[in-house]
Write a protein that binds this ligand. Structure first.
Ligand SMILES: C[S@@+](CC[C@H](N)C(=O)[O-])C[C@H]1O[C@@H](n2cnc3c(N)ncnc32)[C@H](O)[C@@H]1O
Length: 253
């Protein structure tokens, strides 16, 4: 069945990733949540793009003057508002917005955050105040590479240029200064094959999907034999190993 990113994320709106059991080891000390704490103060106005059901904002963003979380999925925003009410947190609101057609005010936010979502750097630049910061974390081409090579497919599998480099250049082209691109090496260990399987079902890791060429794509069921081969070759004392490749970017307007 063909799907696109919008339908895919809408269908995941009621799903919680905290159900998947895994541990992770970071090989760099750049932590997205810590960077947000470093750049946000009590007076800050913050915009979180591709906020999903708001879990990250509600659980990890510090108290400040204003946080707006946006997502193009109306189902995600519906759940974000339910989560907001349960959280009792103040100065936070959520609403639907497409990251590629942003309608937030010019020169308004002190910090724009974007984790694992598509972005338009020129529009982010416009909505930031002078001296404001963009904090971004992305999933790079070589993420889960041995798994993707085994299945001979997956997210960004055919991208000629890694998305981290494209983001980096777009951020420079938009006019940002002091742009830092940090490769993030993380090894995850999944407690059981069921946990790893759930990850593959609930993320587009094995889908022929790319943020560069954002078209409709086919969701192919996870081939059982290949999955078992991966599990047997990657089972360690700590769990089933999966090597992640993320990247972090900090940039100033
Ligand atoms: C992988 S999730 C990341 C969610 C959250 N930022 C986090 O780190 O947990 C990607 C989110 O981006 C949203 N998204 C994808 N494309 C978008 C677009 N063009 N405009 C707005 N949101 C988008 C999806 O609906 C989804 O909620």
């Amino acid at each position: 069945m063909k799907t696109n990113e919008y339908e895919y994320y809408n269908s995941l709106a009621n799903w919680s990733f905290s159900e998947i059991k895994y541990t992770s080891e970071n090989y760099t000390n750049w932590v997205y949540e810590d960077q947000i704490k470093k750049y946000v103060n009590k007076k800050s106005k913050v915009l979180d793009l591709g906020t999903a059901a708001g879990e990250k904002v509600l659980k990890t963003f510090p108290e400040c003057a204003e946080i707006l979380g946006t997502d193009f999925s109306s189902e995600m925003i519906k759940n974000a508002n339910i989560n907001l009410e349960k959280s009792g947190r103040k100065n936070i609101s959520f609403r639907v917005m497409n990251n590629l057609e942003m309608d937030t005010p010019d020169n308004y936010f002190d910090v724009v955050t974007a984790r694992h979502t598509i972005t338009n750097k020129k529009q982010i630049y416009k909505t930031l105040k002078d001296g404001g910061f963009l904090i971004l974390r992305g999933v790079d081409k070589l993420d889960c590479w041995s798994l993707k090579r085994l299945f001979n497919r997956g997210q960004a599998f055919y991208d000629k240029k890694p998305i981290s480099l494209i983001d980096y250049e777009e951020i420079l082209d938009a006019g940002f200064k002091d742009v830092e691109l940090i490769p993030l090496h993380v090894i995850e260990f999944y407690e059981t094959r069921k946990d790893l399987y759930a990850l593959l079902l609930k993320t587009p890791i094995l889908d022929d999907f790319s943020e560069i060429d954002n078209k409709e794509y086919e969701r192919i069921p996870v081939e059982k034999e290949l999955f078992e081969k991966y599990v047997s070759e990657n089972t360690t004392e700590k769990g089933i190993k999966l090597i992640r490749r993320y990247y972090g970017i900090i940039a100033r307007k």
